[in-house]
Design a protein around this ligand. Sequence first.
Ligand code: TXA
Ligand code: MG
Length: 306
Amino acid sequence: MSATTSTEVRPATADAISAAVLLLADGMPVAVPTETVYGLAADARNAEAVARIYAAKGRPSFNPLIVHVTGLEMAKTLGEFSPEAQRLAEAHWPGPLTLVIPARADNGIADIVTAGLETIAVRCPAHPVMRALVEAVGPLAAPSANASGQISPTLAAHVAKSLDGRIPLVLDAGPAKRGIESTIVAATGDGLRLLRPGPVQIEGVVEAGSDKIEAPGQLSSHYAPSKPLRLDAVSAREGEVLIGYGDVEGQITLGKDPVSAAARLFAALHEADAAPEPCIAVAPVPGDGLAAAIRDRLQRAAAPHD
Ligand code: TXA
Ligand code: MG
């Protein structure tokens, strides 16, 4: 998406919600009120749509995103609930609690949403507008609707100021009631771990101590292909499968622009890893914003394995 999209702010009437459903179904990100903060939502099963979230926010790297669901039934199609996780969901949903659980392989969620982790963050929001959209479109990935590095928006006006010209629509439903992001609890192994404190207080949860992904190392290793990877390649050398971008043509391509490159990145790495050539080369991906996030990911994939 270009930085010249015109951004409309509309009261979240039934008409405006219908317009948002059409945009979401068309792969566009839309800013949506939730009870915590305004989120920038996109269809979690559409990799390009999710890539547009990163493009609009200018995130410097791919952090995993929270997937919003209508309830436990939908959440169970996305990940595995331990009895403890189920108990928390039943006690606090709909509401400002996010659960990080093992992802189901058949969940249909784009790889870019989980940034290559084997876990998935799911949350069932209480806000009627976000709920209506998830009901109509399906699971929606949504980080806070602010440009990267800025504070989370609790008013439509905050979103408009931060993302003006980068997204087509902001649904305005007044101030977000809670004003801080959801509590995040991981239920991925033994016991529960608090990854981010928030509006919901949970008894007996071990503090993991930060608003960070659990094992940052996982991010660098999980999608590292098993083969050596050479960056900034303009042509393939002997024994290399080339992943092209822009004007550099390869056997595999990331496309012509950062949004398509982000959407295809993980699949391209998998495909190159499965190719007969013993080595991988990747074309340069110049630029800032989303392009920089792609380079960050590629550098991790190129780093020696530990
Ligand atoms: O209240 C909220 O949670 C808001 C509204 C829009 O729902 N969303 C939000 O999203 O705060 P975001 O992207 O700003 O924060 C998501 C957090 C990040 O800290 C990310 O690292 C963590 O969730 N996260 C997502 N998936 C994860 C995973 N699989 N494992 C560990 N942490 C994860
Ligand atoms: Mg945020």
